[in-house]
Design a protein around this ligand. Sequence first.
Ligand SMILES: Cc1cc2nc3c(=O)[nH]c(=O)nc-3n(C[C@H](O)[C@H](O)[C@H](O)COP(=O)(O)O)c2cc1C
Length: 333
Amino acid sequence: MKIAGIDYGDQPVMLAPMEDVTDRSFRLICKELGADATYSEFVSADALIRNIAATTRKLAIDPAERPTAIQIYGREVEPMVEAARMVEEAGPDILDINFGCPVKKVAGKGAGAGMLRDIPKMLEITRAVVDAVKIPVTVKTRLGWDHNNKVIVELAEQLQDCGIAAITVHGRTRSQMYTGEADWEMIARVKENPRLTIPVIGNGDIDSPERLRDAFSRYGVDGVMVGRAAIGNPWIFNELKHGLYPDDNRYTPLSLEQKFAIVRRQIQESIGRIDEYRGILHIRRHLAVCSLFKGIPNFRQTRIAMLRASTFAELAAVLDSVEAKLRSGEPFE
Ligand SMILES: Cc1cc2nc3c(=O)[nH]c(=O)nc-3n(C[C@H](O)[C@H](O)[C@H](O)COP(=O)(O)O)c2cc1C
């Protein structure tokens, strides 16, 4: 897949943008483990142009994560244009616009997926942003506002006419939030439209090599984006690729030891980026769903200790003992 001349390789699997999850450290880890491209957390255009420090920090990218996109959201043309110029200065390969976020504080104010209720405004913003920057602009959105308004096939064409270089479609409506299953038939219809020539990236519920294979071979998308399945599980990219290309030794499955080393690195980098206490709070979301700790008999007390630890020393001690027990086969109690 190529977006405006940028080569993403064959059948790319990208890390989806996720607020409070896809910080630079996590993105880099996913990239090292096989993700073909990364996206920043969404960045509020309004906060960016007011130079809010916590927001401008989100523009930092690492050369090793390229090709990478910075994503912005907002509901008015002028702030979006101004923010787009600031993002361009930060040097990402792609500027992505979020027209898909369903949460009330965003969509309720007309930004993110809220824009699916005002398509003329969405198109106006897209045109203005495309005109304001030299880097390629892409859009990530949903099927439509609700079940009765699945506008995506026509909308993708309208956005293409505004000059975007690719579109990512999450196969749910705003009303669905994250419930039900992503509708990949509908994503396929976007791709099948003969008038649509830009790449289509499919998104929603990809968590196994089987689903990934279907996305490409059955639904025909050009690229795939993986979100929730990567939280606490950055090696999913390695595992997905190994499933697709079992003979490719770049994707040999990771050992227990390697996975624990990655978890420790995540914790250390999170602490280094924020501070000890908040860094640990930040990483709990990953630990809570980490595949390393799934299905272990009698793990409940250890899980509680792991998720309550508030210093690095405490957390490291829990992890060391879990790893030792898993390796020796000693039971948890
Ligand atoms: C915690 C969380 C934060 C998210 N933040 C963003 C975001 O900032 N921008 C965005 O476009 N989508 C965001 N999403 C949506 C994901 O990018 C993705 O579209 C969605 O989770 C469906 O893909 P999945 O089934 O692979 O998770 C977020 C999702 C989650 C779970």
